[in-house]
Design a protein around this ligand. Structure first.
Ligand code: SAM
Ligand code: SF4
Ligand code: SF4
Length: 373
């Protein structure tokens, strides 16, 4: 039986249309939400498909051959994505991250990057364009991505140990191919590369030090991510989360590190510098230390729904506006109205709840592969 696991409760398009027609909000780049958070970062999911089956993201029992992925006609075209990107940039977005699913599976993604690379921010600076990938196709594509205007990549890698890594990606993909992709990306100048490691206690916490040893002195920035309760299919349990504080203790046992300040407001990773001058690492404590206060991130799903939080249960159907009879100015109004009404702060609220309370209020959250990491 074909089952669609992601129930998206669309906002009423009537409401969106009303937003579009509402009092005009000029795109000054100064848009803020109800908690005075600006709109700076847009993550765009370009496909809901992936060639890996990481158990924390797309478990193979659910994302199997019967899983109903979005049909091609549902996906935003590159022209539609670029049109929306222009609206978001005018409202203050300075950074766009392409993600998915696996973004390098989207055919001719370079063409989209070329379109985005031509845009400038509201302050007239070049847009910061980056992409998160599992690196399975990176060696092949690094040069064309760079030539298209991509500045940097973030590579996900959860272990140095080949057996552990193959188990975690669940498609028997070898570590050496990911490392080769990282090497080629460095050689073509897609750097500094960030390496994201999701740490699952009991699964790959034994890999924290081997990963640190490998990327120590490499110029790449290793970032440890707490295993998050995103989506509704990964069977998340708090006892599988390795709190960042403990992780830093593990690192400190071999490589003393000192905390350093953020690069910019709203940075998700807390930065630590190796005392021996070997570079820095980051920890993303999405579970144990909420960072909603500065959250300036919006997410555009594969089929053009705007999500205001990684843990949202519903999105705003911008594709309906794109494919309806709406002008750029009306779409811009709609986006402004949506952001101005934003009050999401899921992680902060969850932190305030007892562990046994369902912070999703029984509603099913969207999957990370659909909304983009
Ligand atoms: N396929 C690409 C990749 O893996 O880099 C991009 C999409 S993936 C959804 C984006 C990021 O989300 C990856 O770094 C991945 O490790 C992270 N991620 C996925 N599920 C997660 C979870 N449950 N907790 C923490 N991070 C997660
Ligand atoms: Fe695919 Fe990335 Fe999710 Fe792994 S984390 S299943 S590579 S989308
Ligand atoms: Fe932003 Fe939502 Fe994450 Fe808070 S929980 S930091 S609002 S994405």
């Amino acid at each position: 039986m074909t089952a669609r696991i992601i129930p998206i409760i669309s906002q009423l398009s009537a409401k969106l249309a009303a937003n579009a027609a509402a009092q005009s909000f000029p795109a000054t780049g100064l848009l803020t939400d109800t908690l005075a958070r600006p709109l700076r970062d847009l993550r765009i999911s370009v496909t809901d498909r992936c060639n890996f089956r990481c158990s924390y993201c797309m478990p193979s029992e659910v994302f199997n051959k019967d899983y109903a992925y979005l049909p091609q006609s549902s996906l935003l075209s590159f022209e539609e994505i670029a049109r929306l990107a222009r609206v978001f940039v005018a409202h203050g977005v300075e950074k766009i991250r392409l993600t998915g699913g696996e973004p390098l599976l989207r055919k001719n993604i370079e063409a989209l990057i070329e379109m985005l690379a031509r845009m400038t921010t509201a302050a007239g600076k070049p847009l910061d364009i980056t992409l998160t990938t599992n690196a399975s196709l990176l060696a092949k594509k690094a040069k064309s991505l760079k030539d298209a205007g991509l500045q940097r990549v973030t590579v996900s890698l959860d272990a140095m140990d080949d057996a552990i890594f193959r188990r975690m990606n669940d498609v028997d993909f070898p570590v050496t191919d990911v490392l080769h992709g990282i090497e080629v990306a460095n050689n073509v100048g897609l750097s500094p590369i960030k390496i994201n490691m999701v740490v699952k206690r009991g699964t790959n916490d034994s890999e924290i030090l081997p990963m640190a040893r490998h990327f120590h002195h490499s110029g790449n920035v290793l970032r440890f991510i707490e295993y998050m309760d995103v989506g509704a299919t990964n069977g998340w349990r708090m006892d599988e989360v390795m709190p960042s504080r403990q992780l830093i203790d593990v690192i400190n046992s071999e490589f003393p590190v000192t905390a350093i300040g953020p690069n910019y407001v709203g940075e998700t990773a807390e930065r630590w510098r190796y005392d021996d001058g070997a570079g820095e690492i980051g920890v993303i404590s999405s579970v144990t230390q909420a960072f909603c206060g500065d959250c300036n991130r919006a997410r555009l799903s594969t089929e053009g729904k705007l999500f205001l939080c990684l843990f949202a249960v519903s999105g705003h159907d911008l594709r309906g506006l794109l494919r309806g009879d709406f002008s750029d100015a009306q779409i811009s109004n709609a986006v402004a109205n949506i952001w101005q009404q934003r009050s999401d702060r899921y992680s902060q609220l969850r932190a305030a709840l007892p562990a046994d309370v369902d912070s999703g209020h029984g509603r099913r959250r969207v999957e990370m592969s659909y909304i983009g990491g």
